[in-house]
Design a protein around this ligand. Structure first.
Ligand SMILES: C[S@@+](CC[C@H](N)C(=O)[O-])C[C@H]1O[C@@H](n2cnc3c(N)ncnc32)[C@H](O)[C@@H]1O
Length: 180
């Protein structure tokens, strides 16, 4: 089994998704940004890279997205399909069970915005950013929007009594940048 397979198998576990959904500062910030920036979602074509349970796609559909391509490589995609059905958004949200790198949209369609929750420990640990950037280069319209559009890592030196050294890393996705 290669690292990719192991990585995507870890996301089959519902417990991981429960923890993410219960991380209210995370989930509610996405909901707030989408609600505060309706004009970027209403009547627009959106791609949700790594949709997991489909939570961000649902938020987009709730503010009137015309179409949401919800792309997910792990088997949680099957649960996302059920959740979309339960929420009566099958006409809007299309769950695509695939790595985003392998997706081909009908007629090479481009999207108005890409949304994704790709941040890992100390921001980059998860290694998902490359996939989001590949999606941007392949699917985003020239004047399209990225949510989040930038992120910062803050680093502070510290003295640790045991290791006699150390640094603190803090991550901060600039999701609020377009927030009103
Ligand atoms: C941090 S989780 C976020 C899940 C969901 N968007 C949420 O906010 O609850 C990232 C998800 O992206 C998926 N993922 C990572 N890389 C991917 C790729 N290259 N193509 C498709 N899905 C990917 C993972 O399987 C995982 O479900």
């Amino acid at each position: 089994m290669d690292n990719n397979q192991e990585y995507f198998m870890s996301y089959e576990d519902l417990e991981i998704h429960r923890l993410m959904l219960e991380d209210t500062s995370r989930t509610e910030m996405y909901r707030k940004v989408i609600n505060d920036n309706r004009k970027y979602f209403n009547n627009k074509v959106i791609m949700d890279v790594g949709c997991g349970t489909g939570i961000l796609s649902l938020f987009c559909a709730q503010v009137g997205a015309k179409k949401v391509y919800a792309v997910e490589a792990s088997n949680i995609a099957n649960i996302a399909k059920e959740i979309v059905k339960e929420n009566n958004f099958v006409d809007i949200i299309e769950v695509i069970h695939s790595k985003v790198e392998d997706v081909v949209l009908p007629n090479n369609e481009k999207v108005d915005a890409i949304i994704s929750e790709w941040m890992g420990f100390y921001l980059l640990h998860e290694g998902m950013l490359d996939s989001v950037l590949a999606a941007r280069d392949k699917f985003l319209k020239k004047d399209g929007e990225m949510f989040p559009e930038s992120a910062a890592i803050y680093v502070a030196p510290l003295f640790h009594p045991y290791t006699k050294s150390g640094i603190i890393l803090m991550e901060h996705p600039c999701l609020h940048l377009l927030s009103t």
